[in-house]
Design a protein around this ligand. Sequence first.
Ligand SMILES: Cc1cc2nc3c(=O)[nH]c(=O)nc-3n(C[C@H](O)[C@H](O)[C@H](O)COP(=O)(O)OP(=O)(O)OC[C@H]3O[C@@H](n4cnc5c(N)ncnc54)[C@H](O)[C@@H]3O)c2cc1C
Length: 409
Amino acid sequence: MQKPFNCEDTMKDIVIIGGGYAGLSCALRLGARVRKQGLAARVHLVSARPVVVERIRLHQRVAGQAMRERALDTLLAGTGVRLVRGAAEDIDVQAHTVRVDGEVLNWDRLVLAAGSRTDLQAVPGAAAHAVSIEPDTAVALMQRVAALPPGSRVAIVGGGLTGIETASEIAESCRGLQLDVRLVAGQRLAADFPPPARAHLRHTLERLGVQVIEGQRVVEVAADHLCTHAAPLPFDLCIWTAGFAAPPLARHAGLSCNAAGQVLVDPMLRALSHPAVYVAGDMGAPVQPPGQPLPQGCKSAMPMGVHVAENIVRELRGAAPDPFDFALMFYCVSLGRRDGLIQWADAAGALTGRTLTGRRAAWFKEFICKSTIWALQLERRGLPAVVWKRTGQPALPSQMHKELEPTER
Ligand SMILES: Cc1cc2nc3c(=O)[nH]c(=O)nc-3n(C[C@H](O)[C@H](O)[C@H](O)COP(=O)(O)OP(=O)(O)OC[C@H]3O[C@@H](n4cnc5c(N)ncnc54)[C@H](O)[C@@H]3O)c2cc1C
């Protein structure tokens, strides 16, 4: 028979997969709690990459801007968190093991925080002829952009925030290359945003010289053009930002997932099908909104990571885990380095007519990007710096009734 998790006389192993916003927030908070409270637990962070990947800045990298790289082992030094370098595979939810480059790790609690990638499989030809913005493609993509001859057509597919940020960044930073940047949206641009915000996005993109093509769903990507229901759209380089998929790790392990491969989680952020597995960040899909519908992004990934850490601490101390509670405050969109859009939400999480635009919005967005790293640096010193607004009305386990469809950033 399995011993209870809070058994005080045995050391517990907590394995966290993924060194992104969610995984790092979880590891640093857990490491600090274990250190300070003398809990009988070892924390292992499995990371496929040796550095902290600031994914929210990858479009800046693609546009040729320099990024500061921070080594993970430096960030984790002195925290008690053991860094395991390599890609996790073969999770065994019965035996409580996971394999990382030949090493088998045992776990008492597993935290899945392996993020997501752009889904290049949803449209025929996208995987062969388009490039998505990922930690392992950003530098090569930057080099391809920089090598384009003047007048080249860069098609950016996806009218969501990632497409908008990428188009504006390339148009502004690569002005000298005289590129013809086109942003192709299947629906309207930022379709969920209120009209004043959408008007600012459109106006700024046009000011930067981006041609915005709305309402043209791409049905296939050929070697040099996009096929839509209207006329073909030729390109010299196609950057795909539409849709996302979680890594297949969880589905292969037999966890219940939605169509995007995200693990279905209960209000405590435990996998519905396997409660010894917690999920944080893009990989998790709460079956009941945690207070409010959960927007994908580092704004929710870091709170989820910290909440999972606190729930594991509660379990280690013999208490029941708490439901996650999250309230959306705002969306931040960068539009190059000199403009931006801050879109506020009301108390119920609905987007309002209130926005901040222009240079002050660009500064605010830059501050938010920097603050993610500052928060991690404070967490490593044991200061709880990842904070978020709550509704005060989290979902309760008894209220679970529906499966949410994946929602993109
Ligand atoms: C260009 C761009 C701009 C964005 N801008 C914003 C923004 O302004 N605001 C916002 O809120 N969101 C933004 N997002 C979305 C945001 O980046 C993600 O929602 C966020 O990174 C999710 O955090 P995460 O920790 O879940 O995953 P990630 O940050 O993706 O981290 C997951 C980590 O797990 C690692 N990993 C994956 N598989 C394995 C494995 N098998 N073993 C070990 N490690 C593994 C990955 O290498 C990665 O380091 C942006 C995304 C992009 C692409």
